[in-house]
Design a protein around this ligand. Structure first.
Ligand SMILES: NC(=O)c1ccc[n+]([C@@H]2O[C@H](COP(=O)([O-])OP(=O)(O)OC[C@H]3O[C@@H](n4cnc5c(N)ncnc54)[C@H](OP(=O)(O)O)[C@@H]3O)[C@@H](O)[C@H]2O)c1
Length: 164
């Protein structure tokens, strides 16, 4: 059991795309700042494929990598073989963030208390998608609207959903 708040954090396009060829489909520095501000000082739990796309532990955070490979090890990171084990190694943290990718989100949705979702109001090509979730189980508690600069700018919303 964990007494941490379990949060998911993600950014998704209007077609729910979150990734393509193991990288992000867009460049949105404001979202990276938002991610950094929320996760700083906390445990961030990620699937092994997302870790591969980042390639290093993120400074100021405890990086927990979930893999089925029992021999997996990366200096400066914690490697675990289940979501339960990720919560166990994050024990004592007030908030633990599941930061992707799609396979991890699908599993974390059933245990999460909160979802921080950046809803990008444009379609992007993708091969990884944020799972559909039952909105009747969640309440939108914040929506901050922003827009990128320039003629091809697009809106993106920082949204928080809390489990009812
Ligand atoms: N837009 C966003 O906010 C965002 C955030 C993060 C990632 N992404 C994107 O998402 C994509 C990657 O997502 P993905 O779904 O392909 O992969 P992923 O969820 O990052 O990683 C999947 C891997 O995690 C491990 N894993 C998953 N569940 C497990 C479990 N229950 N027990 C043990 N290990 C488990 C397995 O690793 P092994 O194969 O090593 O066993 C599996 O292959 C990339 O395109 C990335 O850029 C987007």
């Amino acid at each position: 059991m964990s007494d941490s708040r379990i949060s998911i954090i993600s950014a998704m396009a209007a077609n729910r795309a979150i990734g393509i060829r193991n990288t992000l489909p867009w460049q949105l520095p404001e979202d990276l700042k938002h991610f950094k501000a929320l996760t700083m000082g906390h445990h961030i739990v990620m699937g092994r494929k997302t870790y591969d796309s980042i390639g290093k532990p993120l400074p100021g955070r405890d990086t927990v990598i979930v893999t089925r490979n029992a021999d997996y090890a990366v200096p400066g990171c914690l490697a675990v073989n289940s979501l339960d084990a990720a919560l166990t190694v994050s024990h004592g943290d007030a908030e633990v963030f599941f930061v992707g990718g799609a396979e991890l989100y699908r599993q974390a949705l059933s245990i999460a208390h909160r979802i921080y979702l950046t809803e990008i109001q444009r379609v992007f090509d993708g091969d990884a998608f944020f799972p559909e979730f039952d909105t009747s189980q969640w309440i939108e508690t914040a929506r901050d609207k922003h827009r990128t600069e320039g003629p091809n700018g697009f809106e993106y919303h920082f949204v928080i959903y809390d489990r009812k």
